[in-house]
Write a protein that binds this ligand. Structure first.
Ligand SMILES: CC(C)(COP(=O)(O)OP(=O)(O)OC[C@H]1O[C@@H](n2cnc3c(N)ncnc32)[C@H](O)[C@@H]1OP(=O)(O)O)[C@@H](O)C(=O)NCCC(=O)NCCS
Length: 142
């Protein structure tokens, strides 16, 4: 999967936090600590989840499913496959941050067994945008 395709899908899914550039994705794909999980239909990218593993902890860096492919179970499948992969690489827990207003993602993470760990006030802030709190979730693996 190319960095450009990942950046295009990310831009279709995020305004705040802002979408990531192809260069950012290129750097992360080159990082051996990162794990990319993708789902493709008809050769086009419908969704992806990007994780990073450090020692026995994993972090979900981002998750995106194309707007016209949502509510079909893609994110749940990407997360399950990605969590199994990072567990196989030695992770015993996975952490993630999500904007406090993002009810669909929060419901997904809770359904997957993630529990709320804390709140980071005004964590997402960009020029011209109202700062948004982040919620930190954790799931044990294995
Ligand atoms: C959040 C997101 C990844 C979900 O992708 P998806 O493929 O539509 O999710 P799934 O179909 O796998 O849904 C799995 C579960 O998540 C929850 N969920 C997903 N979308 C939901 C919505 N719009 N409203 C309420 N619950 C939702 C439900 O519990 C759902 O199970 P159900 O369909 O059996 O009720 C997708 O909406 C997205 O890309 N949003 C923009 C980017 C984003 O917010 N990423 C996460 C940031 S941390």
């Amino acid at each position: 999967m190319t960095p450009e395709a990942l950046a295009d899908l990310h831009a279709a899914c995020f305004t705040q936090p802002p979408p990531w550039s192809a260069a950012s994705f290129r750097d992360m794909l080159a990082d051996p600590a990162c794990h990319l999980e993708t789902s493709a239909e008809d050769a086009s990218l419908t969704g992806f989840a990007l994780f990073r593993v450090a020692a026995d902890e994993a972090e979900l860096l981002t998750l995106a499913v194309a707007p016209d492919a949502r509510r079909q179970g893609h994110a749940r499948a990407l997360m399950r496959a990605g969590l199994a992969a990072v567990q196989a690489r030695g992770a015993r827990a996975c952490f993630l941050e999500v904007a406090a207003y993002n009810a669909p993602a929060i419901r997904l993470y809770q359904a997957l067994g993630f529990g709320l760990q804390g709140r980071r006030n005004a964590y997402y802030c960009a020029p011209g945008m109202v700062p948004v709190d982040a919620l930190v979730f954790r799931a044990g693996l294995g």
